[in-house]
Design a binder for this molecule. Structure first.
Ligand code: NOJ
Ligand code: CA
Length: 541
């Protein structure tokens, strides 16, 4: 029996973007009671844990990643009591809960930021954020030419010659992690949720908290030149950030079982990423390499090999992910030609080229079965179990992502993967709620609804359910052994206990290894594995 404290090592974690999951009161916004009402669905799906994207009070300048208060629930989507009810229901179903923590920035409505604006330059209130005097006699120009992630300057003036730093939207002022009060307050927040029964934390932009702001500030061009002379980036992935996570780990380890954490750290090398996952740090880190890889056997094999080795060297397990609330859904990515500029494609409402929907879904199903057979944990994003595509033609007036406005309407952003789930094939929002959803769903969602797929044994939902059930049965130790002499366009490996996973990335059918087929992502014919298909086999003895 594996150590219960290690539950996360090979877990299947399902990401819920709460405002788009299920709406219990018909106001068009998904909410916590909506999640509670769907716990049975999650249990039947067979996930080990849920990762809940931010549910804190927020003006939604960035989909909830602009937090007004870290120790409360957004009244638009529930109450603390409803949070507790949700935890109780999840626990009763044997599902653990990971919540999102956003430590790099608060919202501009957070009480600290309000106090900072009301206080004088140089005050302790301002020291919790990153305020700097602007350039020019009256500080009328920004302290540097840095650009924010969503476009525009990364500095915002406050009217007294001072500017504050925001690496994301202006509504997301960056915190100053040199300030002890900031560190202590986050420890308090982590304990607050851990005491409420939360099992782990997903740490937003975990690599950005510590910044070197020693004057003179470098230019954006210097930042873009990436590694500065000492080999460390000035604003991201600095070594000192790990001191923060050591303190977090001490807190996590005071709980039984210890709380877990997973870093979102888009760092430049897999090697640097492994440091976030160390046992005296957060313990695990997202590995986006498969998400970024093309549908190509050689690329997949390399990513898998490298990440398994790195995870082992950091005494952690690897993570696998294809979709989340920030990227074009993988069923759509795989439906498009290799190397396509996805942002430009979205700007054309997904019309040119038209996606090859059937091929995209076929590959997405094969990819998911492959990842679910790997040692480590797999993160699924709500709706991928329905094979949902990216909604590329959302009306422009419906867009909510700050990217759309901040880019001057040149980039649409991430709303296309955040469209509310279809639960039924009819109704004003396909069963998401009793009224229209906060982002409009396309007519094609009827066919993809849970209701339709539950009635179809060949559906993507049925495949995910079977895969998770079989994985639970088959998965034991974390080893992996590559098969010898496979074709270049085939990936094949064996797991402890003798089960095999084989994926054919090519077009020509591939021979199947010996064994009994447990599951396949598409029907098999004539004892061979068709193109764009994965199969799991177990020994017949
Ligand atoms: C990463 C989150 O996943 C994304 O949605 C958010 O916009 C940024 N961090 C800023 O918090
Ligand atoms: Ca609601």
């Amino acid at each position: 029996m594996p150590d219960p404290a290690e539950w996360w090592r090979q877990a299947v974690v399902y990401q819920i973007y709460p405002r788009s999951f299920a709406d219990s009161n018909g106001d068009g916004i998904g909410d916590l009671p909506g999640i509670t009402s769907r716990v049975e669905y999650l249990r039947q799906l067979g996930v080990d844990a849920v990762w809940l994207s931010p549910f804190y009070p927020s003006a939604l300048a960035d989909g909830g990643y602009d937090v007004d208060d870290y120790r409360d629930v957004d009244p638009k989507i529930g109450t603390l009591a409803q949070f507790d009810e949700m935890v109780t229901a999840l626990k009763a179903a044997g599902i653990r809960l990971i919540v999102d923590i956003v430590p790099n920035h608060t919202s501009n409505r957070h009480e600290w930021f309000r106090a900072a604006l009301a206080a004088a330059p140089g005050s302790p209130e301002r020291d919790r954020y990153v305020f700097r005097r602007g350039e020019g006699p009256n500080g009328e120009r920004p302290p540097s030419d840095w650009t924010a992630q969503f476009g525009g300057s990364a500095w915002e003036p406050v009217g007294d010659g001072q500017w504050y730093l925001h690496m994301f939207a202006p509504e997301q002022p960056d915190l100053n992690w040199e300030n002890r009060e900031v560190r202590d307050d986050f420890l308090k927040t982590l304990a607050f949720w851990a005491d409420r029964g939360v099992d782990g934390f997903r740490v937003d932009v975990a690599n950005a908290l510590v910044k070197d702001l020693t004057p003179p500030l470098p230019s954006q061009a210097e930042l873009d030149a990436d590694d500065l002379p000492d080999g460390v980036h000035r604003l991201l992935d600095r070594d000192e950030v790990h001191d923060i996570y050591k303190e977090w780990r001490e807190l996590f380890d005071r709980y039984d079982p210890p709380r877990t954490a997973v870093a979102e750290a888009w760092v430049r090398s897999a090697h640097r990423r492994a440091r976030y996952a160390s046992p005296d740090g957060l313990g695990q880190a997202f590995n986006f390499d498969l998400l970024l890889a093309e549908w190509d056997a050689t690329e997949f094999r390399k990513v898998i090999e490298e990440n398994l080795a790195l995870a082992a060297s950091a005494a952690t397990s690897s993570t696998w992910v294809f979709s989340n609330h920030d990227v074009v859904r993988h069923a759509t990515r795989y439906a498009l030609p290799t190397g396509i500029d996805l942002k430009a494609w979205l700007m054309g409402d997904g019309a040119t080229p038209p996606p090859d929907v059937e091929r995209g879904l076929r590959r997405a199903r094969a990819a998911t079965l492959l990842a679910l057979a790997l040692p480590g944990s797999t993160y699924l994003y709500q709706g991928e179990e329905l094979g949902l595509p990216e909604v590329a033609d959302l009306p422009r007036e419906a867009l909510q992502d700050p990217t759309w406005i901040r880019s001057g309407h040149t980039e649409k952003g991430r709303d296309g993967c955040r469209v509310p789930l279809p639960w039924t094939s009819s109704g004003p929002s396909f069963g998401f709620g009793t009224g229209p959803a906060h982002l409009p769903q396309p007519a094609g969602f009827a066919e993809l609804s849970v209701e339709r797929q539950e009635a179809d044994d060949t559906s993507t939902l049925a495949l995910y359910r079977r895969a998770l059930a079989q994985r639970r049965r088959l998965q034991t130790a974390e080893g992996l052994e590559w098969a010898a002499d496979t074709r270049d366009d085939v990936v094949e490996f064996r797991r402890p206990g003798g089960w095999t996973c084989i994926t054919n990335f090519g077009d020509a059918p591939a021979p199947l290894p010996r064994g009994r087929v447990v599951l396949s992502s598409a029907p098999l014919s004539g004892g061979t594995l068709p193109g764009d298909t994965t199969a799991w086999l177990e020994p017949t003895d």
